[in-house]
Write a protein that binds this ligand. Structure first.
Ligand code: HEM
Length: 400
């Protein structure tokens, strides 16, 4: 039997051949570990993501829920309801509370600030300079935005940013974690909670028009949000809002370095292409490679039985290269329309921050190309971060 392992660290540099193989040879593949199935075709992924009746996002529905290490994301989130890992009605309640801050008009209101920030972050670079894109732009831009959105004072931004990387490892499959990863994540979570408990107390007396104040108001009413839910959903916003968007910027910048024709096309019309280009980066090299759903009943997934309590691993990045859904899927096409990619998922958990992430990308890439119109890679060897769920570079040295 062929064993497909998209989580093998050997595939980190280029996971797309194994996704292709899975789509062609075993689109619904029963994995050897926990009775899970890997689903890699676009239509099958969409069907699962839209079927909230039979598929759950709540880890307590997992048959092996009791086996989850208390430090794993499943283990941690068994103790409190976090939007991403809950089902209706809890999911609807939590999502509604945060929704207001992510409305189209609220996000457009942030655009001038994001534009200024992207320009400022790159201000020190001149013609011919080398720039490490991850540290200069991709990491700081989203973290400052999410910190400001949550109302974290500027003096604490660095501290806030430092918790994100260890916390982001918590959403990887257990098999890819070592003890030091757990310990670093736990320490970051404890510091985060300590810090936010202080900020919450401070903000109670002087509410503002921000996400934190809205969530505190809901918590004070008692029946809408518990204190644990408040904290754990703040952690979600940090992880979801930071690492993902950093990787959109890093993966997109790399895609442009690898394709000078597309780069020149973008440079010629940055404002005209920004919207379709950002969605194409999301499709072409997706920041979130996969998500998971647990079967609430025995389900037939394209001829393969998924038992109740077992997981479907929905390979978003594999679906995004499916030739049945995209013409020339392995080709970067900055004007691709329509572009029904699954980088932000689909169904009731469709990314709450999609509009924000897109807007950040639409500002970041033109700012980068203005400084480096001949954007090109300096380092020969690409180094990726060890995360499996969130795909992104450790560094990307460019010039141009
Ligand atoms: C390029 C950047 C981003 C990508 C690729 C991305 C991707 C995703 C995906 C795939 C999901 C759903 C997973 C599932 O169905 O199980 C999701 C959910 C979510 N994202 Fe994003 N995300 C990005 C940026 C953001 C930002 C900037 C924020 C907010 C600051 C955010 C907040 C959320 C939240 C709160 C959820 C949970 C929604 C729910 O469960 O209803 N994301 N994101």
């Amino acid at each position: 039997m062929t064993v497909y392992n998209p989580f093998n660290p050997a595939n980190t540099k280029d996971p797309y051949p194994v996704y292709k193989q899975m789509r062609e040879e075993a689109p619904v593949w029963a994995g050897p570990l926990f009775g899970e199935v890997f689903v890699s075709r676009h239509a099958d992924c969409v069907a699962i993501l839209r079927d909230a009746e039979r598929f759950s996002s709540d880890p307590s529905n997992l048959i092996r829920a009791e086996e989850l290490s208390p430090q794993s994301i499943g283990g941690v989130f068994l103790s409190g309801k976090v939007m991403l890992f809950s089902d209706p009605p809890d999911h609807s309640r939590l999502r509604r509370l945060a929704q207001h801050a992510f409305s189209p008009s609220a996000i457009e209101g942030w655009r001038p600030r994001v534009r200024a920030l992207a320009t400022d972050l790159l201000a020190e670079y001149g013609p011919g300079d080398e720039c490490e894109v991850m540290d200069a732009l991709a990491r700081p831009l989203p973290v400052v935005v999410i910190a400001e959105l949550l109302g974290v004072p500027v003096s604490d931004h660095e501290k806030f940013a430092s918790w994100s990387t260890p916390l982001a490892r918590m959403i990887d499959p257990d098999t890819n974690m070592v003890e030091s990863d757990y310990n670093a994540a736990m320490l970051a979570a404890m510091e985060f909670v300590g810090y936010f408990n202080g900020l919450i107390e401070e903000r109670r007396g002087s509410p503002r028009d921000d996400v934190l104040s809205a969530l505190i108001a809901a918590e004070e009413e008692g029946d809408r949000l518990t204190h644990d839910e408040l904290l754990i959903n703040l952690i979600l916003l940090l992880i979801a809002g930071h690492e993902t968007t950093s990787n959109l910027i890093g993966n997109g910048a790399l895609a442009l370095c690898e394709d000078p024709v597309a780069r020149d096309q973008f440079v010629a019309d940055p404002d005209g292409l920004a919207r379709t280009a950002v969605d194409e980066f999301l499709r072409y090299d997706s920041p979130v490679q996969f998500t998971a759903r647990t079967a609430k009943v025995d389900v037939d997934v394209h001829g393969v039985t998924l038992e109740k309590g077992r997981q479907a691993l929905v390979m978003l990045a594999g679906a995004n290269r499916d030739p049945a859904a995209f013409e020339n899927p392995d080709q970067l096409n900055l004007t691709r329309t329509p572009n029904n990619h699954l980088a932000f998922s689909n169904g009731i958990h469709f990314c709450l921050g999609a509009m924000l992430a897109r807007m950040e990308g639409q500002e970041a890439f033109p700012a980068l190309l203005k400084k480096f119109p001949n954007l090109a890679r300096v380092n020969d060897e690409l180094v990726y971060r060890p995360n499996m769920t969130l795909r992104g570079l450790a560094e990307l040295q460019v010039t141009g």
